[in-house]
Design a protein around this ligand. Sequence first.
Ligand code: ATP
Ligand code: MG
Length: 499
Amino acid sequence: MYSIRRRLTISYSLALTATVGTFAAALYLDRRASANREQEEQVTARLNVEASFGRRVLQEQYRTTQNLVARIPTIGADGPTLGLQRDVGNYFEGIRDVFAIADGQGRLLYSSGLVRELPPAATTRIRQALTRQPIERRAGRMTLVPGEEPFRYVIEPVPGVGDGPATPQTWVLIVAARPEGTPYGPPQLLMSMLLVAPLILVASSLLGYWLAGRSLEPVDDMIAELEAVQDGRSLHRRIAVPPGGDEISRLATTLNAMLVRVEQSFTSLRRFTADASHELKTPLMVLRAGVERSLTHPETPPDLVHALDEALRQINQMTELVTNLLTLARADEGRASLVTANADLRHFVVEVAETAELLGAEHGVTVHTTLPDRAVVAAVETGRIRQLLLNLITNAVKYTPDGGTVELSLEAEDGEAIMMVRDSGIGIAPGDLEHVFDRFWRADQARSRTGDRPGVGLGLAIAKWIVEAHDGTIAIQSRPGRGTTVRVVLPMTTKAGVA
Ligand code: ATP
Ligand code: MG
C-alpha cells in the first residue's frame, strides 16, 4: 500500500508534468508560428528590395546604353546565345537568391549562381513563371526542388527596356528565396526544454516529497501517540493538539474527544464488572455455607446428597469465576497492585507439582518435575504466583488425554527465572494461538462448561496479567496433537536485592 506521502508526491509530479508539458508545447508552438511569420516577412522584404533594385538597374542602364543584350558566341550551340551585357550582369553578381531575367519573348537572359546550382527542372519552373500571362507584379510560393520547402518569390515586370534604341519592351524578372532558420529558433528551444524539463521535474518531485513529509509529520506523531494507547490502563492518555486550528489539530481534538468518551464507557463497564462480581461474592458465600451445612446434616435424605453435591460444585465454579472477574476488573482499574517479597520459586513449583500429581492421577496423566539445585529468588506475590502456576498446570492436565505426560520445570539463566509447563496434549491450532490470552476465549466455544473440560476461558488472561505485573513475559508454543509449552520468564532478584 502506498503511503499518503508517496501518493501526494506522485500526483503532484504528474500534475506538474502535465502543466510543464502543456506550457512547453504552447510556448513551442507559439514560438514556431511567430518565427515562421518573422522569417516570412524578412524574406518577402528582401525579395521586394532585390526586385526593385533589379528593375531600377535595368531601366537606368537601358536609358544610358539603349541596349542591354549581348550576343555571346557559344561553342556547340546553333548560334550565339543571348545574355545581358557584361556591365549590367555585374550588378547582379552579389545576389545570393534565385534571380532571373527574361526578355519580351520569354528568353532567359540572366540567371544567378543559385539557379544554376538547382536541378534543371527548377530552371523550367522559373522560366514558366517568367512567361506566365498577364505580366504583372506577383508574389507567392513555389516548389523548385521536389520534397523541399517551397521558395517565396516575387515577379516584377520591367517596362521600358530592350536590346535596341527603337524597341523598348517589357521584361520580367523573378527573385525567390527560402526562409532561413534563426540562430536560436524553435528547434533549439525544443532541445533546451527537453534538457531542462527533466531537471525541473526531478527537483520539484524531491521538493514535493520533502514538503509532503513535513506536512504529514504531525500525523505520524499522532499515530505514535495513539499507538501508545494499548489497553484500558492507557486510555487516560491524550494526543497533543498542534496549534493553528487546521485539519490536523481538528483531527487531534476530535480524537481526544473520542478518547474521553471511550474512557468513560470503559470505566463504567469496568466499574460495573467490579461491582457486580463484588456484590455476587457474599450471596455465593452464604449459598455455599448453606449447601455445605445441608450436606453434612445427618438428617439429609441420601437422594438429596447427590443434588446438593452438584449444587456445591456449581457454586464453587461460580465463585471462582466471580473471583477471576473481580481480579481482572481490579487489574484494569490499576487497583490490583502487588505486594511482593523475595521468595525461592522452587517452593511454589514443588507445591504446585503436588497438586498436579493429584490432578494427573485423576486423569491418568503422569507429571514430571525438574528443579535446579540452587535457589531461584524473585520478588513475587506468593498468592499470585501460585495462581499463575495452578492455571497453567490445570490447563496442561485438562487438555492432555489419558496416558499423557506433563512436565514442570524451573531454571535460572542470565538473571532470569524460566518456568516451563509442557504437556503432550491436544495442542492448539496455529490460528488460535493469538487468541489464547483473550478473556473468555476457548478453542472449542461450543463445549459445555460442565463437560469433560470445564472452564470459562479466563485462566490464561489472568496468567498473563500476573506475569506482566511481575515485569515478566509469557509465551505459548503449540502443535495440534503434539502438545503445548508455556514459557514464563520472570526477572530474578540480584544478590544485593536478596541481602
Ligand atoms: P479457565 O482456565 O478459565 O477455567 P480455560 O482453561 O478454557 O478456562 P484458558 O486457561 O484461558 O481457559 O485457556 C483458553 C483456551 O486455550 C482453552 O479453552 C483451550 O482451548 C486453550 N488451551 C489453553 N491451554 C491449553 C493447553 N495446555 N493445551 C491445549 N489447549 C490449551
Ligand atoms: Mg484454564
